[in-house]
Design a protein around this ligand. Structure first.
Ligand SMILES: Nc1nc2c(c(=O)[nH]1)N[C@H]1C(S)=C(S)[C@@H](COP(=O)(O)O)O[C@H]1N2
Ligand SMILES: [Mo]
Length: 389
């Protein structure tokens, strides 16, 4: 029986595993990562309770676009990363230059940064994908904080990696894809397909992955998006994320005693019943729910303008408003609406969706809906609005 030996770079003979392929796939991967990173920063910023620089309320579809692009570029990066790793795999088995301390240090630094980059990238894409699939197997850490911290780590490691590799990248991108000048000596066998075909197939795979998921946010692509979650089913054409029973609010939301309280400095300024809200001037707006998980849907919402409601209670504009749900537990039971959102005329305490009273699962008796706001902050089953909190 042959003895099993660990591979060496010489064990890999395919010409497909080459800097020429790695650099070409790497350019696309870099573009996907950069776009994903920047849109991710937008999402993180949008979710902060207060904004040093106000987050804009227009265009109302801004967050829908950036978060759709965020999740889409993340999905697109998965096949690119897999092929990139495959193309550079022989490097993993290179023996360190033990005899030369200076080179050893350089190699250790370079490999260290690549190890960090690979680990952080795999973690980001895997957790992002699980999140987009609405599967939250983790309880030990907060997805948002961890995903955010690791984004900086992976981008830092990426910059180091690009800087180290820049001379090689320029050399191989400046030559024909089939040029072998920079190949490992052992890469002497033709692959099962050409290098050009491998790069094209990788891009096509990336495109298929995008099409399979993007229907969650692009309505006319719904039919091809076999892996998309939340594609437009649900009352009023808006999917339901957490249901009333999951949030434990079925009883409190349907109780005859329900009131929406307006509170300032601990004092209750107003306690409005659903009939009170219905008796106020009603307005209709078209605004999306744009979930951080990447799905989104436009809705036609009607209800009372938040500014009107606060004015009725004797509160002038320009104040942040803490919005509390009937929900007793969970991270999203209480959110902060920054002053520029509270003052926007499109921000509603919504009572209707698509001309029908809100379904219990969509936030009955009333929910918050504001323009250009992450879905996670569009609080359902309102119970209290706290001014200046
Ligand atoms: N009280 C409360 N409001 C909530 C949530 C929640 O879990 N509890 N989920 C939020 C999330 S993550 C999204 S995407 C939207 C979805 O609204 P929908 O279920 O009506 O589509 O509601 C938001 N409002
Ligand atoms: Mo969400």
């Amino acid at each position: 029986m042959p003895r099993l030996r660990p591979p060496t770079p010489g064990s890999f003979t395919s010409r497909l595993r080459s800097p020429a392929v790695a650099a070409r796939v790497g350019v696309w991967l870099g573009l996907a990562f950069a776009t994903c990173f920047l849109t991710g920063l937008v999402s993180h910023y949008a979710q902060l309770p207060t904004h040093p620089v106000p987050f804009p309320t227009s265009p109302s579809w801004g967050y829908r676009l950036t978060q759709g692009v965020h999740v889409t570029t993340g999905v697109a990066a998965i096949p690119l990363l897999l092929v990139k790793l495959w193309s550079v795999l022989p490097k993993l088995f290179e023996a360190p230059p033990l005899g030369d301390p200076r080179r050893l240090l350089l190699v250790a630094l370079e490999r260290g940064s690549v190890a960090v980059l690979v680990a952080a990238s795999v973690f980001q894409l895997a957790t992002g994908l699980l999140n987009a699939a609405q599967w939250y197997p983790w309880t030990a850490f907060s997805f948002r904080t961890t995903h955010y911290a690791l984004a900086w780590i992976s981008v830092g490691a990426l910059l180091v990696h690009v800087a180290v590799k820049l001379p090689l990248v320029r050399a191989v991108l400046g030559s024909e894809i089939d040029d072998t000048t920079h190949d490992r000596p052992s890469a002497r066998d033709a692959g099962v397909l050409s290098r050009r075909a491998l790069v094209r197939t990788t891009l096509a795979a990336s495109g298929v992955a995008v099409l399979a998921t993007v229907g969650g946010t692009v309505p006319w692509l719904r039919r091809v998006s076999v892996f998309a979650t939340r594609t437009g089913e649900g009352p009023g054409g808006v999917p339901i994320n957490r249901s009333a029973s999951a949030a434990g609010v079925e009883e409190s939301a349907t109780s005859a005693d329900w009131r929406l309280e307006v509170v300032e400095d601990g004092g209750v300024l107003a306690a409005l019943s659903l009939d009170d809200l219905r008796a106020m001037p009603q307005h209709t707006v078209d605004l999306p729910i744009a979930c951080v998980e990447g799905w989104s849907a436009q809705g036609t919402w009607s209800g009372v303008r938040l500014v009107d409601l606060l004015r009725t209670a004797g509160v002038a504009g320009g104040r942040d408003v803490a919005v509390t749900s009937l929900q007793q537990a969970g991270a999203f039971r209480r959110t902060t609406l920054p002053a520029n959102f509270a003052d926007d005329e499109r921000t509603l305490v919504a009572l209707d969706l698509a001309g029908e009273p809100l379904a219990l699962d969509h936030g009955f008796p009333c929910r918050l809906i504001a323009p250009d706001r992450p879905g996670v902050l569009q609080t359902k089953w309102l119970s209290r609005l706290e001014v200046g909190a």
